[in-house]
Design a protein around this ligand. Structure first.
Ligand code: PLP
Ligand code: TYF
Length: 396
């Protein structure tokens, strides 16, 4: 029965973690996967999460099935976080939010829903993008192409190329946009550039799908989320996936969501009914714990302030590590301009190193980044940053 099954390629990023685990180099550093580690190299358990869990445990609840669309309070709190509590989409009831299995789950539920709605549409992802974007939408049955994004020679966004590609896209084309902290490049559009993109999306009647996996890691929750408000202000209807994996350091709990902004309350009810069909036929309903924790934190003024403070600390520490990496590279004798490291935002730096250089980094120094040259600066700390800088300097 299974003799014809071919061996699938490993996930290029998660496969690296497997390779890292097997590496015996005592100095090894995993800058491959996008995970935030603290100054001690540890995966943090946020105090806000710890306190929410203690509160939940003090009043334990039985674990019945959640509704298909998830924990109601969670959906409401996420909706308010993404669109604004007093925003017109929330108060008018024309946005629906369903709990999902991480940001990936939000993308997948959205992809399945869109495939039914727009079966002949193409999907465009940025070039380059998070590889799973292509995989998720391909598996959902779409033809996936790319829009121009990064100009390696200029180390910047090729904005003219991006606009030209969107201008050329057929009506209805689904465009996956990184709301903030572009993965893998670390280059985000400016607010003025977003305005231009939104104008094209509107004029060309494209279907925007915002992926917000790193809200709070660039400038702050409100600043990073402002792009959603821009799409609302333009009168567009669109989808947004949310991930709390990074912002709550709850990777393994699989907490995320899909929000869909529709035209009115009646349309919202119909869309919700279809999203529920997608959830129901994939995994029936989502798990309880992670959503209960996040919902508790978002709804409790004190815990929410604590979370925002902790998120701010992660953001600030990443920025400090970017500067330390630049300092370390200079101290190690690198004369090229490496200021791009501090210009980029979010968890990643697109280093511009070649595949050969990345392989050397891995094999000779135990420093793991992706073949594309992406390194996770959120995994640097005071103990490993100089070692990493020296290793990069040697292969450059
Ligand atoms: N979208 C992007 C751009 C990501 O980098 C990630 C990373 O994990 C995700 C979505 C998926 O998030 P999650 O781990 O919550 O599924
Ligand atoms: O880009 C990253 O490293 C993160 C984590 O299939 C990740 O987004 C990587 C690969 C993958 C799922 C998550």
């Amino acid at each position: 029965l299974f003799s014809a099954v071919a061996l699938a390629p490993r996930d290029p990023i998660l496969g690296l973690s497997e390779q890292f685990a097997a590496d015996t180099n005592p100095n090894k550093v995993n800058l491959g996967v996008g995970v935030y580690f603290d100054e001690n190299g540890k995966l943090p358990l946020l105090d806000a999460v710890r306190k929410a869990e203690a509160a939940l445990q003090a009043n334990p609840k039985p674990r019945g099935y959640l509704p298909i669309d998830g924990l109601g309070s969670y959906d409401q709190n996420v909706k308010e976080l993404v669109f604004g509590k007093t925003s017109e989409p929330v108060t008018s009831g024309r946005v629906v939010t369903v709990q999902a299995l991480g940001g990936t789950g939000g993308l997948k539920v959205g992809a399945d829903f869109l495939k039914q709605l727009l079966p002949d549409s193409k999907v465009l992802i940025s070039n380059p993008s998070w590889e799973n974007h292509r995989a998720i939408f391909t598996q959902a049955g779409f033809e996936v192409g790319t829009y121009t994004y990064y100009d390696a020679a200029r180390r910047a966004i090729d904005f003219e190329g991006l606009k030209a590609d969107l201008e050329r896209a057929e009506q209805g084309t689904i465009v996956i946009l990184h709301a903030c902290c572009h993965n893998p490049t670390g280059y985000d559009l400016t607010p003025a550039q977003w305005d231009e993109i939104i104008a094209i999306v509107k004029a060309r009647q494209l279907t925007p799908f915002l992926d917000m996996a790193y809200q709070g890691f660039s400038q702050g929750l409100a600043e990073d989320g402002a792009v959603v408000g821009k799409f609302v202000a333009a009168g567009l209807t669109f989808l947004v996936s949310t991930s709390f994996s990074k912002s709550f350091s709850l990777y393994g709990e699989r907490v995320g969501a899909l929000s869909v902004l529709t035209q009115d309350k009646q349309e919202a009810a119909r869309v919700l009914s279809q999203l529920k069909v997608k959830v129901r036929t994939n995994y029936s309903n989502p798990p309880t714990h992670g959503a209960a924790v996040v919902s508790h934190v978002l709804a409790d003024a004190e815990l929410r302030a604590l979370w925002e403070e902790e998120l701010g600390e992660m953001r600030t520490r990443i920025k400090a590590m970017r500067q330390k990496l630049v300092d370390g590279l200079k101290a190690a004798g690198v004369s090229q301009d490496v200021s791009y490291i501090t210009t980029q935002v979010g968890m990643f730096s697109y280093s511009g190193l070649t595949k050969e250089e990345m392989v050397r980094l891995r094999e000779e120094f135990g420093v793991y980044g992706t073949d594309s040259g992406r390194i996770c600066v959120a995994a640097l700390n005071s103990n490993n940053v100089d070692y990493v800088a020296q290793a990069i300097a040697k292969v450059m």
